[in-house]
Design a protein around this ligand. Structure first.
Ligand code: ZN
Length: 182
């Protein structure tokens, strides 16, 4: 009997599947996302300010989800690359083939200064997990310019920003972020 014998899986211990698989796919990029990605490559985070309700959404989607009206490059504003943590999750990596993570790490939702919505799934770096709290001020750690390249998943903040580190500023008051906590 070998590890690849299908009978092993019936009543034996759980084992890693010996076969490797791959899936190739491409995300088609729309002009709004492409402009966002180009700005990121230049070290700028951009959003769209709705001309009706004045809320700023980042990344821009080309419309205001509240007013359901179109927004364009004329509504583009630059957002600061710093903000406050509103919520976070600590992840414990499970080990699988190709897994690079070895230690627990945190992904956070961050309300950037100048934006009215949070950006999610942002990696916190060099911050002890037990020191993460709502209102903690963080700033972007930008990738080297030559490494700010969109991948097959499109133009997310992660294509240009490696993570977020604490700024050392006093925490933001709850009144600034309480409407954005989960
Ligand atoms: Zn609006």
């Amino acid at each position: 009997m070998t590890d690849t014998d299908p009978q092993v899986a019936d009543d034996g211990p759980v084992r890693f599947m010996p076969q490797l698989i791959s899936l190739d796919y491409t995300v088609r990029t729309n002009p709004v996302a492409a402009a966002f990605g180009e700005a990121l490559a230049d070290g700028r985070i951009t959003g769209h300010r709705c001309p009706s309700c004045s809320l700023v959404f980042v990344p821009p989607k080309g419309f205001c989800p509240i007013c359901t009206i179109e927004t364009t490059s004329a509504d583009e504003v630059v957002i600061e690359d710093r903000g406050m943590v509103t919520a976070w999750t600590v992840l414990t990596p499970i080990q699988y083939h190709g897994q690079q993570e070895r230690k627990d790490y945190a992904l956070a939702s961050i309300l950037l200064v100048g934006a009215d919505g949070t950006v999610g799934q942002q990696r916190l770096i060099d911050i002890p997990l037990d020191e993460i709290r709502p209102g903690l001020m963080v700033e972007a750690v930008w990738a080297a310019p030559e490494d700010r390249v969109a991948d097959d998943r499109g133009y997310g903040l992660g294509t240009a920003i490696d993570g977020w580190k604490a700024t050392g500023e006093p925490d933001a008051p709850a009144s600034e972020y309480e409407g954005h906590t989960l």
